[in-house]
Design a protein around this ligand. Structure first.
Ligand code: FEO
Length: 394
């Protein structure tokens, strides 16, 4: 296994995790990659590690290009273990290498590994390190999405190495977006943003602003997951999408998330779907029995309206609905319009717990709607009016 050149003397030395089916609770139907890059300059520099169980593949690719004793720097853009898992092994092979990271990165490395004897070059935003013909410039992006997260820019190659930013959990034979199935990759880029970066929209907007302030001229973005964005058109495409997702600018769609026991909540969900369809609003109906939480959240950036339906079980939220609410609350999507609905047998009002989550997220809402047992046509008519109230919200 050899390194693959992506720019003159800059090589991909990452690994492909074809069999990855989930990433800390996020379902990854297309697997993932952990990308790492080797810059063959006067001071040979490796950017980012990989997951521990694929370290041997990264090592083999690096060995195809250089002896480990010649590596001067290892840049650690992010310490989450999908990118740092191989670092201890790399440091054993290249003990002379200096780790370039920020203060939070150093602390996180020390909290994860035995770092005895490791040498560091600690950087902050705007700092540069010369590696020969090239200069690396760094931009810390705290909480995008860990305190240690940062990005590396190679001025001479107009190349941004942003680690998690702009990535996708997508594994294929290709390295470049231009060669891949574009619709799927864009969908996975949106899914990645929604499932990983959604709580940190403000930090994402700040990072885009800082990149502008630093005057970074970018012709290639090589993230640490998925495919590489190459050329101004693709760079502008993904930067534009990030600007849209981070700002909360949606596409006016509706998403109905629910579960059902005996079909009552499903009847309400179908009724709501019909109202949106009749109003010409694109709508997606997602039953939690069949759809995974991360698959549903992937569509949230496009949604203006979010409806969550609960079949009351033992006077509580239905467990799959409660699980979805917990996941959604953590990701904290902003600027939605919410309607809580559901059914019950003997205890009304459990839907108020959904309403509280909506209010906690600062969403606009209409009054929650729940009904005892199976909703009859008069109830469905009242529910239609509630959905229309939601659509009418300004
Ligand atoms: Fe890809 Fe935050 O790790």
């Amino acid at each position: 296994m050899n390194g693959i050149e992506i720019k003159k003397d800059v090589y991909w030395v990452g690994v492909k995790d074809w069999n990855l089916k989930e990433f800390h609770g996020y379902t990854t139907p297309y697997g993932s990659t952990y990308n790492s890059y080797l810059i063959m300059d006067e001071k040979i520099t490796l950017v980012d590690g990989v997951k521990h169980y694929l370290a041997h593949e990264q090592i083999e690719r690096i060995k195809s290009l250089t002896d480990f004793s010649k590596i001067a720097y290892i840049v650690v853009n992010h310490v989450e273990m999908d990118h740092s898992g191989s670092i201890p092994e790399l440091m054993k092979l290249a003990p002379q290498a200096k780790i370039i990271t920020n203060n939070a990165g150093k602390m996180a490395l020390e909290a994860h590994f035995d770092t005895t004897g490791w040498q560091y070059e600690i950087i902050k935003t705007g700092d540069s390190v010369s590696i020969g013909k090239r200069t690396l410039t760094f931009m810390t992006t705290p909480m995008l999405h860990w305190p240690d997260s940062m990005m590396t820019y190679v001025k001479e190659d107009k190349l941004l190495l942003p680690n998690d930013g702009f990535g996708q959990h997508y594994c294929s034979g290709e390295l470049f977006f231009k060669d891949a199935k574009k619709d799927i990759v864009l969908q996975e880029a949106q899914s990645y943003f929604a499932n990983i970066l959604y709580p940190y929209c403000a930090q994402a907007e700040k990072a885009l602003q800082t990149a502008g302030d630093l005057g970074l001229d970018i012709e290639m973005i090589a993230p640490s997951h998925g495919l590489i964005w190459s050329g101004k058109e693709e760079v502008n495409l993904i930067l534009g999408l990030y600007a849209r997702w981070a700002s909360g600018q949606h596409k006016g769609e509706a998403i109905i998330v629910y579960d059902t026991m005996w079909g009552a909540t499903e009847k309400l969900a179908e009724t709501a779907m019909g109202v949106f369809q009749d109003a010409g609003i694109p709508v997606r109906k997602c039953c939690l029995r069949f759809k995974d939480v991360s698959e549903i959240i992937a569509h949230f950036p496009d949604a203006e309206y979010v409806l969550i339906g609960n079949p009351t079980l033992n006077n509580q939220l239905f467990p799959r609905v409660a699980g979805f609410l917990t996941y959604m609350k953590g990701l904290a999507p902003k600027g939605k319009k919410g309607l809580a609905f559901g059914s019950y047998g003997w205890k009304a009002g459990v839907v108020n717990q959904i309403q509280e989550v909506f209010e906690g997220l600062g969403w606009q809402t209409v009054a929650p709607f729940d009904e005892k047992y199976t909703p009859k046509s008069d109830v469905l008519d009242r529910f239609k009016e509630r959905v229309k109230e939601l659509i009418a919200l300004k």
